[in-house]
Design a protein around this ligand. Sequence first.
Ligand code: NAP
Length: 536
Amino acid sequence: MLSKETIAKTDIVIVGAGFAGLYMTKRVVDDGFSVDTIEAGHDIGGTWYWNRYPGARCDIESVEYSYQFSDEVQQEWQWSERYASQAEILNYINFVADKFSLRKFVRLGIRVESATFNQKDSSWFVGLSTGESIICQYFILAVGNLSKPFIPEVEGRSKYSGITLHTARWPKSGIDFADKRVGVIGTGSSGVQCIPVIAEKARRLTVFQRTPTFTVPAGNKPIDPVWLEKFKLGYGEFRERNKEMLGGFSASYPPNEQSALAISEKERLSVYEKRWNEIGGLLFMQSFSDLLLDEAANHTAAEFIRNKIKQVVSNDEISSLLSPEGPVGCKRLCVDTNYYATYNKSNVSLVDVSGRHSIKMDEDGIIYGSSYYPLDLVVFATGFDAITGSILSINIIGEDGITLKKKWENGPLSFLGACTADFPNMFSICGPGNPSVLSNMVSTIEHHVDWIADCLKYAKSSGYRMIQATRTAETEWMAEADKRVRDTLFYNCNSWYLGANIPSKPRKFIPYLGFSDYLARCNDISSRGYPGLLFE
Ligand code: NAP
């Protein structure tokens, strides 16, 4: 164990021990590198360690939201529900870490605060929250895309005497809502998941909604073990088919290639009904091929959901407040269990905070305009500074003293979401310009880790000590990523994909749309000896 202010040396420092950091650790250890993996949490798991709020579960099916590098793991692990809960995913991550003895490489409860590149020997000097430093050749960020919680400025918040929580910083011991008056601010995926569960327990739940959200029922259910056994016989082939999919998942329910406008209204509604009732979840957006390309097509889907809200919510005024304007899918679609029906409960109320006022707080509750809401507990389900937020929380200094913050002040630049010029030997797993949040994160992480690890192996075997992206490669890559969404509806709303939820964040679409195309681009680049990267 290192003592305070010790300087240690290792080949690689990995920041984060979630899905990405753990698999990266395994790969580089297998490839003969020494590694220190540094994790801020007091245990491994990343997103699934931090997001313990009631109702937290994945909205990609469990048989897909899991590693595929080991068929033994795939065959051994038994998922119990179609969409796994946070607790089950965390158990799975622990199972994998134990199976491959990864814990011994991870140091917990420590934050990486800074990383400075040393041009003399192409190494990184990594500063930890303990006061220690590590010198390494490669600095790898596995910090997660949605891991820097965002809490908006709320006047009077420090005066509030009740409990405040962010969904992504939930106490391990849980919260007892019985007899409590609870307020939830925010109705994105986290709000949509926790609101129905809190409503079951709390004396009174008040939801503060600024923008209503589109959400589709998950259709979650227990997994039939007989079905699972049969499914596992074709696991490898299923994973291969997923590589052909836009988001790297959903091979079991392939997208409908038809336009929403090419058929009669009756036929269209029956397609939506099937997706809503039988398939459920994110795959609703694959009801037709043009839902994210054509406003008129998208309108038919948005109307379908608005009608569902009307049917489910008994109070017309609440139903209308819950009805979002289009386009659907421009902000990330939410997936729920009983979300809209929750507003029929007598202990639940909805407050529209979309007007000219901002939410304020005092000792005992929330003030909005002339209305006052006394509360025992306030939950901020207010999201994240996505993708770049957690990377830029570290003070990263590259060649000639340039900081990453400065370099990315007008928006991130990255080649393949992996590397950025002026910051040699630094890699980000699923950084800006990677399919990441638009895809099945675990498959994308796994692919990206393999690609980065292969690149390090190539450099090692060829005797190179320094790898970095060229300026041309990163500029062209980000332009390609942007071009892919310019003709879609992704620019038609203020989403976190664009950084629009964070005051003063540059408005740039950050991820790369299209997992299958991304794989092809990466394979092509590595097979041609990595054009776009400089090796020295
Ligand atoms: P989010 O989608 O960014 O939602 C944040 C919510 O907080 C929005 O409703 C936003 O309203 C509201 N808000 C922010 N500032 C506010 C303010 N000052 N006053 C009132 N309301 C305010 O965050 P999230 O729900 O945590 O989800 C983020 C992403 O995490 C998801 O899109 C998804 O990718 C991932 N996630 C996935 C799952 C899952 O797998 N099921 C679960 C949770 C999260 P506006 O819309 O008006 O800004």
